[in-house]
Design a binder for this molecule. Structure first.
Ligand SMILES: [Zn+2]
Length: 501
């Protein structure tokens, strides 16, 4: 994700000034970077000794935190549900953009582990009216963050859980300080769920350690288009409404869900080696946005040379009427704001947006961080991809981008952010500095082999920083313990890059 909500604008303007010496000059001051709030002196937790120790707690371990409700995520202890492993979500929602009311009926195919007479789902602010487990009515209760379910009889290890609910969606700021959830717009709606917005409109296991497949059946008003991740399976008219069915067959974290409703054109094409391309743009914007649709195949072909074959089943872009600065790697179709693309031309800013979110499809979507503290596995890699594409199109070399980022880097480990640093400089450019140092240390061949193997071996799963560190040593044939201690886990990395291997 790269975005800059209007509420935080002054902070990001300040950040851009601090970071404004990067090679992509002219982009820095405009880009929807989340960079560098850590430089404003409010960087709690960056000096603690814990930053030198990579976490090793499996993401699915029940938490030992004060709530005990989540799966032990150190940054979001309430998220996720112990013993719950969702395999598939069959999501049915009816949405009216005029009244901003959402009615939902979701059936979750769940593996339950352990002896669980009761279990929970993440659900924030939903009015739940009925719950069944394997077709039988279940007892349930809700509080601010959870839906607690007690089946009529002891549940088996695999259950079908149906939840009927309704909500007037809200988009309150998450703990990170950025609004997330289901956004009503003048022409319809979109969702931005990272990190914890999905639970505000969908009962779910809202933690990146639990990926599942999805079917979305979205009912909207006459003439309205609805778009979601994956492939379109159906579109029909029923009782004066439009019903759109989309299916995502690749395991996906809840924060990567895409739903759009409004006056959209769905634009189909073909990318490298026959890869289906499916984009969605507002009908009124279609001509303006065509250049960005047209460059998609070329960008995929470029990144495939370095990251390996595109790891999912299709790709495309979606451009919505959100606040300026929104850019999100929603799975198989990245989401952008029309305000950032209204010029209709590929310039350093739009190139940066497009290449960053595309890179996430390998790093973040195919392979997802198991805990939110592992966010650098998303953002630093996407930043590195954005640097590589920038070099390819003549917007400054990777070496210059990395040198500028190293010079601007505030203290703090990229592998150990606090909640309010989740989308800060060291998760992005600061961590991309680590990748540049790693590339110089192990050489281009090992570096890109590592990135490819990271995706090939882990596609469809959620992984930790520890997993990446281990694979890096394995692929390079070098003991990189000292390298990662120095560059990734240390509070203050070296001031200059190592010599190229
Ligand atoms: Zn990103």
């Amino acid at each position: 994700m790269r975005h800059r909500p209007p509420l935080l604008l002054p902070l990001f303007v300040a950040a851009a000034l601090v970071a404004g010496c990067a090679a992509d000059t002219g982009v820095q001051s405009k880009r929807a970077d989340t960079a560098a709030p850590a430089t404003n002196g409010s960087a709690p937790g960056t000096t603690g000794p814990a930053s030198t120790v990579p976490g090793s707690v499996p993401a699915t371990e029940p938490g030992s935190g004060s709530t005990g409700d989540g799966v032990g995520d150190s940054l979001f202890p309430a998220l996720g549900n112990p013993g719950v492993d969702v395999q598939h979500y069959d999501v049915h929602v009816t949405y009216d953009a005029v009244t901003d009311q959402l009615q939902g009926d979701v059936t979750l195919s769940v593996h339950l582990s352990g002896d669980r007479p009761t279990f929970s789902l993440d659900a924030a602010g939903l009015t739940v009216t009925a719950v069944t487990v394997d077709g039988k009515p279940a007892k349930f209760s809700t509080d601010a963050a959870k839906l607690r379910i007690t089946p009529a009889s002891a549940p088996g290890s695999s259950v079908e859980v149906e939840v009927v609910y309704h909500v007037k969606p809200t988009t309150a700021p998450s703990a990170v300080g950025i609004p997330d959830g289901w956004f009503n717009t003048p022409g319809g709606s979109y969702v931005l769920d990272e990190p914890d917005g999905a639970r505000s409109w969908l009962p779910c296991n809202d933690h990146p350690s639990d990926k599942a497949t999805y079917t979305f059946t979205i009912t909207v008003g006459s003439g309205v288009t609805a778009v979601a991740n994956g492939v379109q399976r159906d579109h029909r008219t029923e009782n004066g409404h439009e019903v759109w069915v989309w299916q995502e067959d690749r395991p996906m974290a809840t924060y990567l869900i895409q739903v759009l409703t409004g006056a959209y054109d769905i634009v189909e094409g073909t990318g490298p080696h026959g890869l289906p391309l499916v984009s969605a743009v507002l009908t009124a914007d279609h001509a303006t946005m065509q250049p960005f649709i047209d460059v998609t195949g070329e960008q995929i072909a470029f990144f495939e040379k370095y990251f390996g074959t595109f790891p999912l089943d299709r790709y495309g872009i979606a451009i919505t009427d959100s606040f300026s600065g929104l850019a999100m790697e929603t799975q198989e179709r990245s989401l952008f704001s029309r305000d950032d693309f209204s010029g209709g031309r590929l310039d350093p800013s739009t190139q940066l947006f497009l290449s960053h979110e595309l890179t996430h499809q390998w790093f973040g979507d195919a392979v997802t961080p198991a805990r939110w503290r592992d966010i650098w596995l998303n953002e630093s890699f996407a930043t590195y991809g954005q640097w590589m594409w920038g070099e390819h199109v003549g917007n400054g070399s990777v070496a210059d981008s990395a040198a500028a980022a190293l010079a601007s880097r505030p203290p703090g480990s990229s592998a150990d952010p606090t909640v309010d640093q989740l989308f800060s400089y060291n998760s992005y450019d600061g961590g991309a500095v680590v990748l540049q140092a790693l590339r110089l240390t192990i050489g281009d061949a090992s570096f890109f082999q590592l990135l490819q193997q990271w995706v090939i071996r882990n596609n469809g799963t959620s992984r930790t920083t520890d997993d990446f560190v281990k694979l890096a040593s394995q692929i390079s044939g070098k003991d990189l313990t000292k390298f990662f201690a120095t560059w990734l886990f240390a509070d203050q990395p070296p001031s200059s890059f190592p010599a190229a291997a």
